[in-house]
Structures are given as structure tokens and as C-alpha cells.
Design a protein around this ligand. Structure first.
Ligand code: FES
Length: 112
């Protein structure tokens, strides 16, 4: 896996999506209690910023056309099959920080 970026846990407000650019990614991060979710911010339907959409339960709703994505899996829940699921990132707690990893980068990188 490849390191995407870090953020202080204190910078995340409960149920308030936060968009952060970690080149080459724009990531939307959502905190729900002890659970932290990270998805690619640009909606797979037409590129709107998911960080500008509301949170409903364990979903995030795209502000442009209202598509509903599961926060944990990135799965498109409604409407079905009209675009790909949203890419997700692995999130690991490290003390007072959150570390975000790209699980699709299978190249082994030396620890930094
Ligand atoms: S751009 Fe997100 S639902 Fe259309």
C-alpha cells in the first residue's frame, strides 16, 4: 500500500465531510465517532465534490444529482448501477492522527 496522507483527528468534525488534496488524490474524509471513512472526493457520476454533500446515516449524498454512496465501502446504493462505486482508502488511527493509505497501490514501498 502507498501512503496517501495524514490528518490530525482533532481536525475532523463529527459528520462533517472534509476535502483534502493529497496529490494525486482529492479525498473526502468523514468522522462518525471512532469510525473514520475516506473516499475519493470527485463523484464517479459527473465529478461533483462529495465533500459538499450531506451525510445521512452511513452514507454520503452527492450534491449534484443526489446519488447515494456507502461511506464504508464506497458502493453506489441509489440509483443502482448508473455509475461505478466510489473509490475508498484505508484509514488507520496512529495516536492523535489518522493515516490514509491507498489499498490499490500494490507496490511495496520502503517505510518512510
Ligand atoms: S455528479 Fe454526483 S450524482 Fe451526478
Amino acid at each position: 500500500m502507498k501512503l496517501v496522507g495524514r490528518i490530525a483527528l482533532a481536525d475532523l468534525v463529527e459528520n462533517t465531510p472534509l476535502r483534502i488534496t493529497y496529490p494525486p488524490f482529492d479525498v473526502v474524509i468523514v468522522r462518525q465517532g471512532e469510525d473514520i471513512f475516506a473516499l475519493e472526493d470527485a463523484c464517479n457520476h459527473a465529478g461533483a465534490s462529495l465533500a459538499e454533500g450531506p451525510i445521512r446515516g452511513c452514507t454520503i449524498i452527492c450534491p449534484l444529482h443526489g446519488y447515494v454512496f456507502d461511506l464504508k465501502s464506497g458502493a453506489l446504493l441509489r440509483p443502482r448501477k448508473l455509475c461505478d462505486d466510489q473509490r475508498t482508502f484505508q484509514v488507520v488511527r496512529d495516536g492523535d492522527e489518522i493515516v490514509i493509505w491507498d489499498p490499490f497501490d500494490l507496490v511495496v514501498h520502503p517505510l518512510v
